[in-house]
Design a protein around this ligand. Sequence first.
Ligand code: GLV
Ligand code: MN
Ligand code: MN
Length: 413
Amino acid sequence: MGMNDVSKLQINFKRFKKRLDELNKIGAMNGGGVCRLALSDEDKAARNLLKKWVQELGLQLEVDQIGNMFITLPGQTDAPCVMTGSHLDTVGTGGLFDGPLGVLGGLEIIETLRENDIQPKRPLKVASFTNEEGVRFTPDMMGSLAFKKANTPKELYDIESVDGKVKLGEELERIGYKGEMEPGDFPVSHFVEIHIEQGPILENEEIDIGAVTKVQGIFWTEYQILGRAAHAGTTPIPLRNDAGLVAAQLTAFVREKAEALGGAGTVGITEVSPNLINVVPEKVRLTTDLRHPEKETLHELQNTVDQKLKELCDTEGTRFERKELVRFEPVDFSPEVADLIEKQAETLGYSSRKMISGAGHDAQMMAAVCPTSMIFVPSVDGISHNIEEFTKDEDLERGINTLLHVLLVLLER
Ligand code: GLV
Ligand code: MN
Ligand code: MN
């Protein structure tokens, strides 16, 4: 097939699905879902499987110093590549599609182009970024953060796992994916990532394709609330310095305030010490995940939470310490690429709409490198980061075909 009759080109969905099913045997959990935490044995096995597939295609898998992996379909020229991709790591509770869709969708597109003898003008690269989820090592979107040179690999190697047992650099080395190449060492002309929506909008509105215009900001903070352990039966209420009470009050406040400001607020970790039935809690380690599409409102939400905690501590006679874990401001995507996504979706007969991403994605880091956008496909019941996460075959197929036709345009620029 020549470049002039590519308008009918379709991916081989069965081949994509077979690979997805095989990948998702790695880290499969009882009752569904997968758990492949970044740089774990499961992550290693997933990377090895991807490498095997790439080698079977006669292509090379390049690995950079932070473990990002790249598959290249050479172009007719050495002009800056067009890139797509996502991640293979997951949170602890799901991830059948969250990440793998973008990596294996990209691989399927490379194979489709090759078997149709299409050599585009620009090279096409498919990226599988390291540690997108950030649950075992913070921050999230780490590989793409390194790609945009926000941090050097050396700085990131010293990051400890959340259980404090290992360092990131040691784990990269142990699983065999500490590469030689400096992250972000080649030019990229455009980046487009396909991902499941992970929310309810497309399904509710019965729309096939989301063209993403923006990613909301994400602030992660860890707090230690410090009180005094005391006997649960004998200590009069006014004499207590109950860290658990303050944590509970703050948890309720985070949700209410985030909702009032039109954002999202979650206390995902609450660790109470000594965690005994008849002891007033002495210490609570608690995390907040605050999100909002508007920068000023996100900062307002964060400041209000800090202020509220101070007031709660003053009232209860406790104190707190605070550590900023992640400060990712909202990111605007390229309107031009988002328009192209809607145009190609329409050409393929799919309905589409513009939308904002509530989740963090590698694309938000790539937006600092080159014009970037994302393609969303519907999530059944809007559920994600859960073993029930599911997207229908026809939606996956529509999404990858839309990506194929978006890339075909960008590759010829
Ligand atoms: C990543 O999935 C995030 O949005 O936390
Ligand atoms: Mn993801
Ligand atoms: Mn995720």
